[in-house]
Design a protein around this ligand. Structure first.
Ligand SMILES: NC(=O)c1ccc[n+]([C@@H]2O[C@H](COP(=O)([O-])OP(=O)(O)OC[C@H]3O[C@@H](n4cnc5c(N)ncnc54)[C@H](O)[C@@H]3O)[C@@H](O)[C@H]2O)c1
Ligand SMILES: O=C(O)C[C@H](O)C(=O)O
Length: 356
């Protein structure tokens, strides 16, 4: 009995020591900009960021929230709620409609600002509204963000908004600008996990190629499932090519539209969660043997035209992403990868015509 008590006291002592150690090793705070912060995704992502889901449990954050004047009262309400949530990692909140104040000194930016697609609208319908926003915010980021600021564009058309941001902020390195296709990646993992009745955490290495749109190519050819007998090819476990080339692809491609139809609103909690996954893996690194999908500036890898923001499989280490090289691409995949690249070329041309 006495030794049990002694053991419990010792355990408590080590727990106290451990928790005080972890407090003392907190990193210096970083500043993160969230544009469109009064919107749907903003409301879901802000508490995730302030709880450490994006940058880790040892990383305090100062959040800069930007929205437009008609949303300024709502933005103040969100600020009050963040403060009232009493989150220990949250070291400051700036709520503003001034793009210069919002961008000042930020180390990271999550760009949600935009006009979302409504039921029955194509992504191209929202192009002209959104490219104008990205042109304006590019120069504010270029002039006022911290050096080496890393940017994630979520707002649609995400790949083309990222391209406009890059073009109008020429001093920001292209490698520091990315766009979100992690939501599609997560959706593809989820489809395989449901089909195979395996835990989502046991599926990895799907690929989303191309545009965050209905032409994207969700590719399960290299996906892996961890089983009690070791790692197996998802393709071999599914053993149904018709499903992999048909329903699997179309379900992932159409998932955003299905959610809009059901909610009458664009996906927000899954988008927020995916944006946290994207930034966390980019900054803290991908696990050994795992890749993720990110929309990045193409250098011509896999024969994709250089100069487009295209979703590739990437691994990340120390804040740098690298395209996974040397994967085999069959004829079926090649055609799908080219079709989505072609759509991006058309979007790029349309975006430029909207800016003229
Ligand atoms: N890439 C993805 O996987 C993905 C997934 C879901 C949604 N989205 C896109 O993300 C974007 C945000 O979605 P949402 O549901 O939060 O939309 P929302 O309409 O709820 O929020 C957008 C916010 O942006 C603000 N805004 C508009 N113009 C602005 C400007 N110039 N400066 C600052 N703020 C501005 C609006 O006032 C609004 O508060 C949409 O474009 C949506 O299509 C992308
Ligand atoms: O807003 C959309 O067009 C859909 C969204 O990008 C999604 O994939 O859920």
């Amino acid at each position: 009995m006495a030794s049990l008590l002694l053991f419990q006291r010792l355990k408590k002592f080590w727990q106290c020591l451990f928790s005080s150690t972890s407090i003392s090793v907190l990193k210096p705070p970083i500043k993160i900009l969230v544009t469109g912060a009064a919107g749907q995704i903003g409301y879901a992502i802000l508490p995730m960021i302030a709880r450490g889901q994006m940058f880790g449990p040892d990383q305090p954050v100062i959040i800069h929230m930007l929205d437009i004047s008609p949303a300024s009262e709502a933005l103040e309400g969100v600020k009050m709620e963040l403060i009232d949530s009493a989150l220990p990692l949250l070291r400051g909140v700036v709520a503003t409609t001034d793009v210069v104040e919002a961008c000042k000194g930020v180390n990271f930016a999550v760009m949600l600002a935009g006009f979302p697609r409504k039921e029955g609208m194509e992504r191209k319908d929202v192009m002209s509204k959104n490219v104008a926003i990205y042109k304006a915010q590019a120069s504010a980021l270029e002039q006022h963000a911290a050096p080496n600021c890393k940017i994630l564009v979520v707002a649609n058309p995400a790949n083309t908004n990222a391209l406009i941001l890059k073009e109008f902020a020429p001093s920001i390195p292209a490698k520091n600008i990315t766009c979100l296709t992690r939501l599609d990646h997560n959706r593809a993992l989820a489809q395989l996990s449901e089909r195979l009745h395996v835990h989502i955490g046991d599926v990895k290495n799907v690929i989303i190629w191309g545009n965050h749109s209905s032409t994207q190519y969700p590719d399960a050819n290299h996906a892996i499932v961890t089983t009690k007998d070791g790692e197996k090819s998802a393709k071999e476990l599914v053993a149904n090519d018709a499903w992999l080339k048909g329903e699997f692809i179309s379900t992932v491609q159409q998932r955003g539209a299905a959610i809009i139809k059901a909610r009458k609103l664009s996906s927000s909690l899954s988008a927020a969660s995916a944006a946290c996954d994207h930034m966390r893996d980019w900054i803290l690194g991908t696990p050994e043997g795992t890749w993720v999908s990110m929309g990045v500036y193409s250098d011509g890898a896999y024969g994709i035209p250089a100069g487009l923001f295209y979703s590739f499989p990437v691994t990340c280490d120390k804040g740098e992403w690298r395209t996974v090289q040397g994967l085999t691409v069959d004829e079926f995949s090649r055609a799908k990868m080219e079709a989505t690249a072609q759509e991006l070329v058309e979007e790029k041309n349309l975006a430029y015509s909207c800016l003229n």
